[in-house]
Design a protein around this ligand. Structure first.
Ligand SMILES: Cc1cc2nc3c(=O)[nH]c(=O)nc-3n(C[C@H](O)[C@H](O)[C@H](O)COP(=O)(O)OP(=O)(O)OC[C@H]3O[C@@H](n4cnc5c(N)ncnc54)[C@H](O)[C@@H]3O)c2cc1C
Length: 520
């Protein structure tokens, strides 16, 4: 493929060096190289996704988790939650958009309003809309042929049981509640992903100004005083190189690896760095703070026999509920799985039924906040991810999942879904009190795989902000961050479209600032 051929003879000086050819990084690399005079290097830790059907076929996503293309981050012990969660992060071109389920939600206006309130000037819903319109991904509703009969009956039953509207096209207008099939970034005719790499890089791999360095790991930012001048990398063959950026370094390594790279570069809370013996380059206390996620729980039913085979990716429909009418957006979400999702319950002794389905209630606006930190100056040691799941003082997060299980049961009792379902496998009909349900929900809790927030945007006087609203690292020059780590709060919906929009806006700001600089 052209990218790897070029990789054999790479230069070491570029206008822009992008760390991470993932979800946001692919967008930025693609947009910046539209100008043939701009030379961009992308440092990507993983291999290419080109010609890899196990990556490019959306429905094979589950097979990628925990495999050779997964960085697979553990969490620290979670006394109120599940300490066994593995956070899957993709090590392949396209990043997590190459192994996720590609459910595509534009963040709601209330989500962007929270960002503005958190100091992200210029990130309101109206200003962000053009970046959604610009997205190159093929975002379409789950195709008719992929709409499984049991998922259709879930939609009908939820509508009946809860009186929520049926939604066809969740991105058409803002919503508080609703049930329906998702929009997905995919090509229904062959189930091919429309990931960030497929949509933004594959058509342009022959651009002479785009250099993708695959299986190359960025270990540290190169600094000259307070200016970032490049990135220290290790290539697939073990060669140590300095890749220099004459204009900017753009860090797009994701919510785990972006703060990890900063900390190893001496950018972060000075006490923590000093304790580990990492020379402090820039004291920035917010790096690694504000670790956010969407936690979920699961309820599983046996079905009376097999379920039809057709599906886009086995979780094609979902439900949003607003329990509190004062909430600006949905406050409970469910994915419906056409498979029994028992990995976590099995650890508690539950058995996987031969045929079954699952509902996974999650918390759109969780109140617990975690933290990512290093435990060693050795860059090969994975960082610690302490999500502090279910530690919010009002117990809002755990209560949300308890409500979720009760609502899931109401839907399961309602026709036409009820006709499919046999026994409730877990937690089981005998588990009914708030205390028991909370205990179950937390112990089998899983992640929707949405870590975010660890290098968040904030106002100039916000001590814990890592980047300003133009995504420049506070107090430094020549370096920005653009990925899920800059989210000040987590959207109430699945975050990938928000990340792609961050990429589009970042690319536009980078080009505009360059023009201003050239004009000055
Ligand atoms: C299993 C799973 C399912 C999901 N499903 C959905 C969904 O259906 N809908 C949705 O909206 N969201 C979903 N998400 C979340 C969504 O995919 C992520 O929030 C989003 O893709 C993150 O994008 P990013 O650009 O921040 O990081 P990433 O896409 O992870 O990109 C980071 C890139 O940087 C590279 N990298 C990291 N560190 C280095 C380094 N030091 N040197 C070189 N390269 C490096 C990585 O290899 C990777 O390619 C899911 C996530 C997972 C894991």
């Amino acid at each position: 493929m052209p990218a790897s051929t070029r990789f054999d003879h790479h230069d070491t000086v570029y206008d822009y060096v992008i760390v991470g050819g993932g979800t946001a990084g692919s967008v930025i690399a693609s947009r910046l190289t539209e100008d043939p005079a701009v030379r961009v290097a992308v440092i990507e830790g993983g291999p290419s996704d080109v010609d890899r059907p196990e990556v490019l076929t959306l429905r094979r996503w589950l097979g990628l988790l925990g495999g050779e293309l997964d960085y697979d981050y553990p969490t620290t012990e979670q006394p109120r939650g599940n300490s066994h969660i593995r956070h899957s992060r993709a090590r392949v071109l396209g990043g997590c958009s190459s192994h996720n389920t590609l459910i595509s939600f534009k963040p709601l206006p209330s989500d962007w309003a929270e960002w503005v309130a958190a100091g992200a000037d210029g990130w309101d819903a109206q200003a962000m809309e053009p970046y959604f319109t610009k997205l190159r991904n093929n975002i379409v509703p789950v195709d008719e042929k992929d709409r499984n009969a049991i998922a259709r009956d879930f939609v009908d039953a939820a509508q009946q049981a809860l009186g929520v509207p049926r939604v066809e096209g969740f991105n058409a207008r803002p919503f508080h509640e609703g049930v329906g099939f998702f929009d997905l970034a995919y090509h229904p005719e062959d189930n091919k992903r429309s990931s960030a790499s497929v949509a933004y890089l594959h058509p342009f791999l022959d651009r002479p100004n785009l250099h993708i360095m695959l299986e190359t790991w960025a270990g540290r930012l190169e600094m000259d005083g307070n200016r970032a001048t490049g990135v220290r990398v290790r290539t697939k063959d073990g060669e140590e190189l300095l890749i220099e950026a004459t204009r900017e370094v753009v860090v797009c390594a994701g919510a785990v690896d972006t703060p990890r790279l900063l900390l190893h570069s001496g950018i972060g809370p000075k006490e923590d760095l000093s304790e580990l013996g990492i020379p402090v380059v820039h004291d920035l206390p917010g790096v690694g703070e504000n670790l956010l996620d969407h936690p979920e729980s699961v309820i599983v039913w046996e079905t009376d026999g097999p379920i039809p085979e057709n599906s886009a990716m086995d979780s094609d429909a979902g439900l949003f509920v607003r329990r509190d009418p004062a909430s600006p957006g949905p406050d409970l979400m469910f994915h419906f799985y056409q498979i029994p999702f028992t990995d976590n319950p099995e650890r508690l002794g539950y058995l996987k039924p031969e045929h079954g389905v699952s509902m996974t209630p999650n918390i759109p606006k969780p109140r617990s906040r975690g933290r990512l930190y290093l435990t060693s100056a050795d860059p090969s040691v994975k960082p610690a991810l302490d999500f502090r799941y279910f530690t919010d003082p009002e117990d809002y997060d755990a209560r949300t999942l308890v409500d979720g299980i009760r609502i899931a049961r109401e839907i399961a009792r309602t026709q036409p879904l009820a006709g499919w379902l046999g026994r409730e496998v877990c937690p089981g009909p005998e588990v009914t009190s708030d205390e028991e349900l909370s205990e179950y929900a937390r112990k089998v809790a899983h992640t929707v795989y949405h870590p975010a927030g660890t290098c968040r945007i904030g106002a100039a006087d916000d001590e814990l902000a890592v980047v300003d609203p133009r995504l420049r690292i506070r107090g430094l020059e020549g370096v920005r961050i653009a990925d899920a780590s800059v989210f000040p709060t987590i959207p109430s919906v699945n975050p990938m479209i928000g990340v792609l929009m961050v990429g589009e806006k970042a690319a536009e700001m980078i080009a505009a600032d360059q023009q201003d600089g050239d004009a000055a």
